[in-house]
Design a protein around this ligand. Structure first.
Ligand code: RIB
Length: 311
């Protein structure tokens, strides 16, 4: 039986308010949308849920607001079997929220209001040190303060814990501060924003990954949507193609990739194999509406993987 990974996510929790619409309003205009969905989201929480549904033991370190969404977000973690001991409510601040707009092709546009996520500080990482030290992987994103992200990378390095950073949403970063990461996993637009190099295909992704590796990042995976993913390290690059699915809502697909990759890798699978499986897990998440609620559990995923990999 595969090893059961212990994954800690230090990151965001939001509530997603998703509107499905055939068109988007011009300034001053009111139009009708077609459908609405309310669900739990936030890149950190989504990655935690993906890892949990794939079978990992998961620990969340996060902050929520003192509104309706705060307690229900904590309850959602608990219902899914995610340890939420270090998810605390902050007074006088809203929870993180994300109005999301999805077009008929399934493509999304997201505005994040960070709210309580901005209150997650390095001292909170220290307060969760015992739990974090018990993990074999720490996963980070950019919806919490950058100082907390950099602090946690140092914490993971000092304690020899595998550390994965998903630089989403993109923002200018100090590449020196991320040199001790084990995995740096941007999508095309994040890779472009951070490196200044366009990433529209696999060749451009290879050139961008080379630049990121040259700046000290140890291993890079660039997720490329319908072009799959590129895995890059000092020994070279490997491309893992995407899987074909009927996509209705791509929101959270990147998070599905990160959470599932952390789990597959933690189970001891070879890196490229973990990337291939994460590609499929992410693709399958786009076949349902919403973010966390579109993620497959392990049994459904394994059945789909087996069906697509019959020899
Ligand atoms: O990656 C998708 C997520 O981005 C959504 O759940 C939303 O909350 C934003 O954080």
């Amino acid at each position: 039986m595969a090893k059961r990974p212990r994954i800690a996510v230090v990151g965001s929790a939001n509530v997603d308010l998703t509107t499905f619409s055939n068109q988007f309003p011009k300034p001053g205009e009111t139009i009708f949308g077609q459908k609405f969905d309310l669900g739990f989201g936030g890149k950190g929480a989504n990655q935690a849920v993906a890892a949990r549904l794939c079978g990992a033991d998961v620990f969340m370190v996060a902050r929520v607001g003192d509104d309706l969404f705060g307690p229900s977000t904590i309850k959602n973690f608990e219902n899914l079997g995610i340890d939420a001991t270090h998810v605390r409510q902050v007074t006088g601040v809203s929870s993180g929220v994300a109005p999301i707009f999805v077009d008929p092709s399934g493509q999304n546009r997201i505005i994040v209001v960070k709210g309580a996520n901005d209150a997650l500080k390095p001292a909170d990482v220290d307060a969760a040190a015992d739990v974090l030290k018990s993990a074999d992987c720490i996963v980070l994103q950019f919806e919490i303060p950058l100082e907390t992200v950099y602090y946690t990378i140092k914490f993971a390095h000092k304690n020899r814990i595998r550390c994965i950073l998903n630089p989403a949403p993109a923002q200018p970063i100090d590449l020196n501060a991320i040199a001790h990461l084990d995995y740096f996993i941007p999508n095309e637009s994040e890779a472009f924003a951070i490196s200044g190099m366009p990433v529209c295909d696999v060749d451009e992704a290879s050139r961008c990954a080379s630049k990121l590796l040259a700046s000290g990042v140890r291993r890079v995976i660039i997720t490329l949507g319908e072009n799959g993913s590129l895995l890059a390290g000092s020994e070279g690059m490997q491309h893992a193609p995407a899987y074909t699915v009927k996509s209705v809502d791509s929101t959270g697909a990147g998070d599905a990739f990160i959470g599932s990759f952390a789990t597959f890798l933690g189970e001891g699978l070879p890196e490229l194999e973990a990337v291939k499986r994460a590609n499929l897990y992410a693709a399958l998440s786009t076949t349902g509406v919403g973010t966390q609620k579109s993620f497959y559990d392990r049994a459904r995923f394994d059945a789909e993987w087996a069906a697509r990999n019959k020899s």
